[in-house]
Design a protein around this ligand. Structure first.
Ligand SMILES: Nc1ncnc2c1ncn2[C@@H]1O[C@H](COP(=O)(O)OP(=O)(O)OP(=O)(O)O)[C@@H](O)[C@H]1O
Length: 279
């Protein structure tokens, strides 16, 4: 049996018209396409993300990875297709509209983009709460309302601690390492208690040591009940922390593989490059 046969491979997924809504699906992407004018960035992608899994998305440059997560974060609208999210109360998969970042956040999806969107001159607590600063009660009149700094610092410490980082909330962000900055961006994403956390190449600008901390962080997120989707170019990271890997090639989802010890680098690269093509 070839390596490809040994693995749990589902191929030609882009041809699927409807995906079964497995009980453990938290987020379902159905027949989603994104065209930029004449450029086909994604074509008829269907993918189910399972509750509490770590799913890695890989693909060569231009495969459609960034486009895929921009759609899930509501940064750009899909040209066609549908998204469904498991409702935490009814437990049904309900259709959601992802046409703005606010809509994605409301659905419980938070994304940390590669640039992290941090304000580097500001301190850690300010970044963790950026755009959601709590105000002190008891003071009347907008002009006199003050930030609840004490709460911000305390919550920042807790949010970072939850993902395995100890960082002074008063430290200036630009003075911290790449791994610490990534942790701050993740802590900010966690403040709204999302169910799905998307990380866009979280280790790209981080030292080897910092990268290991980020991989630990991904495991912490999973242990705390989150579902994690992460994009990486580093295949070793896929083997280290992903439960499953989805491979995009030229805008199509060409394989989904369980990271159950049977896939190897050659096989993964084969799917990415097209050297392996399933019927
Ligand atoms: N705003 C845009 N306008 C036109 N074409 C775009 C736009 N954004 C992406 N594309 C095209 O869509 C395709 C998919 O791009 P995307 O950035 O999603 O790929 P990627 O897998 O994230 O690549 P990389 O690893 O290089 O970031 C590429 O052909 C790209 O040139």
């Amino acid at each position: 049996m070839s390596k490809a046969d040994e693995s749990t491979v589902t191929s030609d997924l882009s041809a699927a018209t409807e995906q079964p809504a497995d009980d453990d699906t938290i987020l379902s992407v159905r027949n989603v396409s994104k065209h930029y004018g004449g450029v086909v960035a994604l074509e008829d992608v269907s993918l189910s993300i399972k509750e509490n899994e770590v799913l890695s998305i890989v693909g060569d440059n231009g495969a459609g990875k960034s486009t895929f997560i921009k759609l899930l974060s509501g940064v750009i609208p899909a040209t066609s297709g549908e998204f469904y999210m498991r409702d935490p109360e009814s437990h049904d998969l309900e259709q959601i509209v992802l046409e703005s970042p606010a809509m994605a956040k409301r659905a419980g999806i938070e994304t940390v983009f590669q640039d992290m969107s941090l304000s580097f001159q500001h301190d850690v607590a300010a970044n963790v709460f950026m755009g959601r600063e709590p105000l002190k009660d008891g003071l009347s009149g907008k002009l006199f309302r003050r930030l609840d700094r004490e709460y911000m610092e305390q919550r920042s410490i807790e949010a970072l601690d939850e993902i395995g980082f100890e960082i002074d909330p008063n430290a200036i962000t630009e003075e911290l390492s790449g791994g610490q900055q990534q942790a701050i961006a993740v802590a900010r994403a966690l403040i709204s208690d999302p169910r799905v956390v998307i990380l866009d190449e979280p280790t790209a600008e981080v030292s080897v040591e910092g990268s290991q901390k980020i991989l630990d962080l991904i495991e912490e997120l999973q242990a705390s009940g989150k579902t994690v989707i992460f994009i990486t170019h580093n295949l070793q990271e896929v083997f280290d922390v992903a439960d499953r890997v989805a491979v995009l090639r030229s805008g199509s989802l060409v394989a989904e593989l369980e990271n159950d010890g049977t896939i190897d680098r050659e096989e993964l690269v084969g799917h990415m490059t097209g050297a392996i093509q399933q019927e």
